[in-house]
Design a protein around this ligand. Structure first.
Ligand code: CA
Length: 229
């Protein structure tokens, strides 16, 4: 199996050990000793899986995990020397996929790396449209997160669905009625009580778009809305 693994671990002997085992399994390794360079390496792209130590100088592995998760879906395995179950919950709720307590058994860790990569690859094969990207906007349709210019946006479920539909139909004008039925099913659509414009307005505010010169959601008068890009 091949892949590029990001290792963020400030203890160099452990980082070297991880590198040795990973390379032995045929993986490429990007080694970083602190959270900042770890994030930079993740942003540089091409990473298939990350191993993050929880205790890092100046920052910690959990916030690094959260920052990586704002942009990427590749598997993240946390390494920690603390065995408190609270850590595990925190790590997993921040988007880590697995958790290994130090001192770890290298072969067991390698098995977990392989399992996560296998799971991620087959999952992505089934979900080619999981990530929708328009300009600086990234929507993850599985975790239902939305980032704009690397910032996580706090969208309501309706706002997320609206944005998702517009991104999935990029370049195409969708009427309020179409959007309504996609979101709320076959309920009765009343033009006079159309809820879509209000949600579009809130969405534009969160996107920093103004209605006159929107960067993302364009109004096509008398027809509906669209996103181009
Ligand atoms: Ca450490």
């Amino acid at each position: 199996m091949s892949g590029k693994i990001l290792v963020v671990e400030d203890e160099r002997e452990i980082a070297d050990l991880l590198e040795l085992y990973l390379k032995n399994e045929g993986y490429q390794v990007v080694k970083c000793y602190d959270a900042e360079s770890g994030l930079a390496a993740a942003l540089a792209g091409d990473i298939d899986l990350a191993l993050l130590d929880v205790l890092l100088p100046e920052s910690d592995g959990f916030s690094l995990c959260r920052r990586i998760r704002e942009r990427f879906r590749f598997p993240i395995i946390m390494l920690t020397s603390r065995a408190e179950p609270l850590d595990k919950i925190t790590g997993l709720s921040l988007g880590a996929d697995d958790y290994v307590t130090k001192p770890f058994v290298p072969l067991e860790l390698m098995a977990r790396v392989k399992a996560q990569l296998r799971r991620f690859t087959s999952y992505n094969d089934r979900q080619p449209e999981q990530l929708l990207t328009v300009g600086g906007l990234i929507l993850d349709t599985v975790s239902r997160r939305c980032c704009l210019d690397e910032r996580l946006l706090d969208l309501t479920p309706t706002e997320f669905d609206l944005l998702r539909l517009l991104c999935q139909n990029r370049g195409k004008v969708l009427s309020s009625e179409e959007l309504f039925h996609q979101i709320w099913g076959s309920g009765y659509f009343s033009k006079s009580a159309n809820p879509i414009p209000v949600h579009i307005r809130h969405l534009r505010e969160k996107l920093g778009d103004d209605a006159e010169h929107p960067r993302y959601i364009k109004t096509v008068w008398g027809v509906g809305y669209k996103i181009e890009g």
